[in-house]
Write a protein of this length. Structure first.
Length: 321
């Protein structure tokens, strides 16, 4: 019996070092493995109880989140008598589609929404300008007094807002350097909104995550500070800019106390201040319609930009390649 050459014996020998192939069942079990093991999932109590609990939690969150909005919509399209007699009944007297245009004209909801939009846009622009420039100085330029300013800005987060309310109001009544009174002007709302410590620190944290190699390379190419800010830092910071913009718009849209103090003129008041003022002279059905229109705008903004919002929050200062 002739023996094969050594090379052929090695070639025909089974490869013991090759890894064994996993069966599809084991691969599926490895992918499904979580807090609850596969053996526990086969138990009847876990198998049927866990989906039931998940469905109940989902329904509870849905009712708590969407329920008030749906009830507000239902009340806004009902008569005042139906709202008072049967608040949970679905339009006993029929759907009152005329409540929405009546709320727009009689309650002047359009004018108040316009004032709110002006306040939100002005707060957005002023906040982005102050936060980006301040964070750029503290994070990129890094002056010697930068840590002191950062600590001072951080310390303001530990102070309740009511403590700074009176000094801020006195400052609005008489500006320290200019000596002008900003009451009954939109500047009284825009300027305090711009100097938000939280937004500055969030923006600074994001700028800190930008690789210093990019900044040094731009400086070697001869980029000035303005060029560095506009051509490098801002384009890389679009996710966090979107998050700060969305938070600023929603915050200014629902703000009540500060616009009430600095905007006593009814013609300049936003919808958050105007609606409680006109509730004594307005039917409850028209008031519900106006409330639904006021709530609808920030909800739609979040639903439209939720992807950018969640992406920016999840990155928490990182940069994706």
């Amino acid at each position: 019996m002739t023996s094969l050459p050594i090379t052929e014996q090695v070639a025909t020998a089974p490869d013991d070092a090759a890894p064994a192939k996993r069966s599809p069942r084991r691969t599926a079990e490895a992918q499904e493995r979580g807090i609850i093991s596969t053996a526990d999932r086969r138990r009847p109590l876990i198998r049927y109880g866990l989906p039931t609990v998940q469905v109940l939690l989902f329904v509870g969150v849905l009712v708590a989140g969407v329920g008030p909005l749906l009830w507000l919509l239902k009340s806004g399209l009902s008569t005042s008598q139906d709202i008072l007699q049967g608040p949970m009944e679905l339009w006993p007297s029929g759907i009152q589609w005329a409540n929405v245009p009546n709320a727009w004209t009689k309650v002047q909801i359009g004018s108040y929404l316009g004032n709110t939009a002006i306040i939100a846009i002005g707060s957005l622009l002023s906040t982005l300008f102050v936060c980006t420039t301040g964070a750029f100085v503290l994070s990129v330029l890094r002056p010697k007094w930068g840590p002191i300013v950062t600590g001072a800005v951080l310390a303001t987060l530990f102070l309740p807002g009511v403590i700074s309310l009176v000094p801020l109001y006195l400052t609005i009544l008489k500006m320290p350097v200019l000596g002008v009174n900003l009451q009954n002007t939109f500047w009284a709302v825009w300027l305090p909104q711009a100097a938000g410590a939280f937004n500055i620190l969030v923006m600074k944290r994001y700028f800190d995550a930008i690789p210093r190699e990019l900044i040094e390379a731009a400086r070697i190419d001869g980029a000035s500070n303005v060029r560095l800010f506009t051509a490098l830092i801002v384009p890389l910071s679009k996710p966090i800019l979107g998050v700060v913009a969305l938070l600023t718009v929603i915050g200014s849209w629902k703000d009540y106390l500060w616009p009430l103090l600095v905007l006593p003129d009814p013609k300049l008041q936003p919808i958050s201040v105007a609606l409680p003022r006109v509730q004594e002279t307005t039917e409850i059905s028209l008031q519900m319609s106006a409330l639904f229109l006021a709530v609808l705008v920030p909800v739609v903004l979040f639903l439209v930009f939720q992807k950018q919002f969640l992406r920016g929050v999840g990155m928490s200062g990182g940069i994706k390649e």
